[in-house]
Write a protein that binds this ligand. Structure first.
Ligand code: FMN
Length: 302
């Protein structure tokens, strides 16, 4: 038995991302801008908040972490995400005024899925979606915070897409096969993610991203990436490999816990500033120009 082998996708993903190096293209380059257009809206950067759930009130403050990072997203002018929650919490998040995508769980109670999608639309959500990578658990279908999950067919997903006027986001796409199925049903975006490593040996999102990008080339499906994004350089690599945007995740938590709304604002604007810095160094003035020609894979161990 080789006890040095690893199955943790978080570690594998980090190693893959770190193996991507960036060349410099300085002559003729100018200072870059991170403004970006997605789904017909302008955002200050392609950096997004994560679809989080169940965050407490930190340090005795008045708002939960979910409401705090949503307020930060509003002030930053970026797209906001949220995850598993009841409708009353979503109403509070919507009240922050942030443009928010509500990711609904693949509940076995399909009535609950439909109720939460409908509620989100009525409460003014920017988009809705489902994390299809939270269907299975160790005993078959997962039980998440007491709620049983269920298998989701392509027809079921298609019916959610058709049930709403909002853009539909499928979160947890980690294959060309699923990406193509999402395009077929009219999803407006996919989030390429392994959901902080739910499956052993899950392929790093950035490794599969170019294949997914190629498969969706003739569609208008937007591609968002998460897992392990902590810096502007990480976001840059995701965009270079074909993503339209990237979401930070657990990397945001210390700033949220300690600094609340301001902490998240500082953290995410730092990520966006580093993105602009790397863009300037590589000769890409705008986000939509970034391509993979500046990336190199290391041939040595870091
Ligand atoms: C506290 C916590 C709660 C989360 N809740 C949800 C959720 O309800 N729905 C969802 O789709 N993802 C959820 N996620 C997963 C994140 O959206 C994201 O996919 C994951 O953390 C990977 O990104 P990271 O490596 O940058 O943390 C949660 C993650 C954390 C840490």
């Amino acid at each position: 038995m080789d006890y040095t082998r690893l199955s943790d996708p978080n570690i594998i993903t980090g190693r893959y991302m770190d193996s991507l190096l960036i060349e410099e293209r300085l002559i003729g380059s100018v200072a870059a801008e991170t403004e970006t257009e997605l789904f017909g809206e302008r955002f200050s950067s392609p950096v997004m908040t994560p679809a989080f759930s169940h965050l407490p009130k930190y340090a005795g403050r008045e708002l939960t972490g979910l409401e705090e990072y949503s307020a930060a997203a509003k002030e930053l002018g970026i797209l906001n995400f949220c995850g598993m929650m009841e409708n009353d919490m979503f109403e509070r998040i919507a009240a922050s005024g942030a443009k928010t995508v509500r990711i609904v769980k693949p509940y076995a109670d399909n009535g609950k899925v439909r109720d939460q999608l409908r509620f989100a639309e009525e409460a003014g959500a920017f988009g809705v979606g489902m994390d299809i990578d939270h269907i299975f658990g160790a005993e078959g279908y997962d039980v998440c915070v007491g709620e049983l999950m269920a298998a989701q067919t392509q027809d079921m997903l298609a019916s959610y897409v058709q049930s709403t006027r909002l853009p539909f986001f499928v979160k947890g796409v980690l294959s060309v096969r699923d990406a193509v199925k999402c395009a077929e049903i009219g999803a407006k975006a996919i989030i390429v993610s392994h959901h902080h490593g739910r499956m052993p040996y899950a392929v790093p999102p950035m490794m599969i991203l170019p294949d997914i990008k190629k498969a969706l080339a003739d569609t208008d499906v937007k591609i968002i990436v998460d897992c392990g994004i902590a810096t502007g350089s990480d976001v840059f690599k995701a965009l270079a490999l074909g993503a339209d945007a990237a979401a930070v995740g657990r990397s945001m938590l210390p700033s949220l816990e300690q600094g609340g709304v301001q902490g998240v604002k500082d953290f995410i604007s730092g990520v966006a500033k580093e993105l602009a810095y790397v863009m300037s160094f590589t000769g890409f003035k705008t986000v939509s120009e970034i391509d993979s020609s500046v990336l190199h894979r290391t041939e040595f161990d870091l």
